[in-house]
Design a binder for this molecule. Structure first.
Ligand code: KIV
Length: 267
């Protein structure tokens, strides 16, 4: 049995200057593959809403759906730290609600930490969850649950005022006790300044190379998502094509009677 990574390992990796590798997963087979490959952290992201369930954004995702995905990912992993997203409206209403829902992801889902979106305005909520011994990963910059306020999925922090706010958000979530912070779609120089200013690890997505770790959505890097692909995604495989060829081949075999043969049936 392999030793499971912890939030202390993530902190030590930052101190040693070792980059933290993170991918999203929503199910057992992908969790198994990335865990076996040695991924440091798996994020059960509410991006499941877009890439797994086919919604236009993450807003409709429910806590029950996140619990379902989290349990599958935990069952498929042995060594990665599992972080589960708190979906929209499961932590914004009040602190008892946020604590209860974070607790469910840990107790019923088996996650080791939760992630929530927001900076300074969420500091009190982060503190309240950390105070009941649940590690929190914060998420600032482009926060997909704020898609309507932002007027779309846009790079954040390009203007000076916005950049100052992002730096203040980063300091506030660290002071509130977050164990790491995701920096999404912000200019690389700003991400560098944030990463150098904080003692907790920064995990970048579209935030350049200076972050302490990197996260991407698994469906994006494997070419499984034919919707819009952001500039920051690097594609490492095209498995949609492989899957599609396999399915076509199966249909042809069934139609032509080439499957099943004696080899696939019983005497
Ligand atoms: O939901 C998600 O997958 C995320 C990452 C994109 C950081 O929040």
């Amino acid at each position: 049995m392999k030793k499971r990574r912890t939030i202390l390992d993530m902190a030590e990796m930052k101190q040693r200057g070792e980059k933290i590798s993170v991918l999203t997963a929503y199910d057992y087979p992908f969790a198994r593959l990335m865990d076996a490959a040695g991924i440091d952290m798996i994020l059960v992201g509410d991006s499941a809403g877009s890439v797994f369930s086919g919604y236009d954004n993450t807003l409709p995702v429910t806590l029950e759906e996140m619990l379902y995905h989290t349990r599958a990912v935990v069952r498929g992993s042995e060594q990665a730290l599992i972080v589960a997203d708190l979906p929209f409206m499961t932590y914004q209403i009040d602190i008892p609600d946020a604590r209860r829902n974070a607790g469910r992801l840990i107790k019923e889902g088996g996650a080791h930490a939760v992630k929530l979106e927001g900076g300074e305005p969420m500091a009190e909520t982060i503190r309240a969850i950390v105070d009941i011994d649940i590690p929190v990963v914060a998420h600032i910059g482009l926060t997909p649950q704020s898609v309507h306020r932002m007027g779309g999925f846009r790079v954040q922090g390009r203007e000076e005022e916005q950049a100052r706010k992002i730096m203040a958000d980063a300091r506030a979530v660290e002071a509130a006790g977050a164990c790491a912070v995701v920096l999404e779609a912000i200019p690389r120089d700003l991400a560098r300044q944030v990463s150098e200013s904080l003692t907790i690890p920064t995990i970048g997505i579209g935030a350049g190379p200076a972050c302490d770790g990197q996260v991407l959505v698994i469906h994006d890097i494997l070419g499984l998502c034919d919707k819009y692909s952001p500039k920051f995604v690097k594609r490492y495989a095209d498995i949609a094509d492989t899957i599609s060829k396999g399915i076509h081949h199966y249909i042809e075999d069934v139609k032509s009677g080439q499957f099943p043969t004696a080899e696939h049936s019983f005497k």
